[in-house]
Write a protein that binds this ligand. Structure first.
Ligand code: F6R
Length: 262
């Protein structure tokens, strides 16, 4: 795991965007795994800027989103489908045919999940997965206790995640769907590169447990310690409980530029 601590979420997101942009330039038909929520917003804004100002070309890129709420139609304002089109896809030259987001309205959840896994395989696997982290350590919606071998499937949100996400539903926890479809931890671990982003003090405990704690299913993101190419982009607040923060800064400050974006 490589930990990159930046002063602000904007500078952390710019650093993460450089890694994404380098991949897309080197491999124009790259397969990206994408996350929703508040964390990736500055990263998506930076990718939009790179597309507009630097010609970053997404026309051959394929995307797979991590998750979607069950029971929300695509056009619901809080569906992850709406989120992705509003915050990224409508502002870059992505081919809609290459966009994949779990269907929260499917009437055959197991069949849909198996097909989603097949589509990822057929696309050649995910080159780079973007992740946020829940305050309970979840990645995707793999809540504490999720199997490290899990694949795309239905999950039930924890009460804590429902409360965390109530802010998107006008503060009404009762409106947050209880179930979702999420890529599994095994699916996420198959991505060739994982970029985990976390900002703000309410992520500090989850980041410390994931990066420096024991690898355990109770902290799903801790499995990334076993990933061969996982980078963790954090701001000062999210890094505030890391024991080795000065070492992570020391390492990053001494890296050659080519390695920073690799
Ligand atoms: C969303 C996802 C979740 C979020 C996490 C953090 O697609 O997979 O794991 O990344 O719940 O959410 P925010 O960024 O809103 O704090």
């Amino acid at each position: 795991m490589e930990v990159i601590i930046s002063d602000t979420k904007e500078s952390a997101s710019r650093a993460a965007a450089q890694v994404v942009a380098r991949l897309v330039r080197e491999k124009p038909d790259a397969v990206l795994g994408l996350a929703t929520g508040s964390t990736p917003l500055p990263l998506y804004q930076e990718l939009v800027r790179m597309h507009r100002e630097e010609g970053l070309d997404f026309s051959r890129v394929t995307t797979f989103n991590l998750d979607e709420y069950i029971g929300l139609p695509r056009d619901h304002e809080q569906s992850y489908h709406s989120f992705m089109w509003e915050n990224l896809f409508s502002q870059i030259n992505i081919d809609p045919v290459r966009v994949h987001i779990p269907d929260g309205m499917t009437d055959d959840v197991p069949g849909f999940c198996a097909a989603y896994e097949s589509k990822i395989r057929e696309a050649g696997g995910i080159d780079l997965q973007i992740l946020g982290i829940g305050s309970d350590g979840h990645i995707g919606f793999n809540e504490p206790g999720s199997s490290f071998a899990s694949r795309t499937r239905i999950k039930t949100l924890t009460q804590r995640t429902v409360e965390d996400n109530a802010r998107f539903f006008g503060g009404r926890g009762e409106d947050v769907p209880r179930h979702c479809i999420t890529m599994g931890i095994g699916t996420i671990m198959d991505a060739r590169v994982n970029l985990l982003l976390a900002f703000g003090g309410n992520k500090a405990d989850a980041i410390a447990a994931s990066v420096e704690g024991p690898v355990a299913a109770i902290v799903p993101a801790s499995i990334l310690q076993h990933h061969p190419n996982a980078k963790v982009f954090v701001d000062e607040a999210a890094a505030s409980k890391l024991k080795l923060s000065s070492y992570y800064r020391w390492v990053y400050d001494r890296k050659p530029d080519w390695q920073k974006n690799a």
